[in-house]
Design a protein. Structure first.
Length: 131
């Protein structure tokens, strides 16, 4: 098995790079995020066709969280999860990851209006969550 090497010119389309380093599941999703203004490069809005070069900081807003990534290299094609670290460095602050954790807990704790009191099983699940 050969490992994908960085391209010789060290630049690629932004949407292709986001897909290749596994930020988005498909290139179409990456393109849509760029067009929606959810992706910035060095704090400037970026179009999907913009070239990405090594050393640039790419910020991607995904739901509540904004991920910050430093471009190290450009893969020739989509890389495996273990090889992503060779092409980008995650600079996302811990506070952004905490937002996601809090949201998950809130979803678990949320109850439908009018569903009544929690059952004994619900209370036990809540107790396990807080232990």
């Amino acid at each position: 098995m050969t490992e994908p090497a960085p391209a010789s010119d060290s630049s690629a389309r932004l949407d292709k790079w986001l897909w290749a380093v596994r930020i988005f599941k498909s290139r179409a999703l990456a393109t849509d995020a760029c067009r929606a203004g959810s992706v910035t490069i060095n704090e400037l809005a970026a179009k999907p066709g913009r070239d990405v070069h090594a050393g640039e900081i790419v910020c991607v807003r995904q739901g509540l969280m904004t991920r910050s990534l430093k471009v190290i290299g450009v893969p020739r094609s989509r890389v495996g999860a273990k090889l992503v670290a060779e092409f980008c460095t995650d600079l996302t602050p811990a506070s952004e990851w905490e937002k996601v954790k809090v949201q998950r807990v809130q979803q678990i704790l949320a109850r439908e209006k009018g569903s009544g009191r929690p059952t004994k099983r619900d209370r036990r699940m809540l107790d396990r969550l807080y232990e």
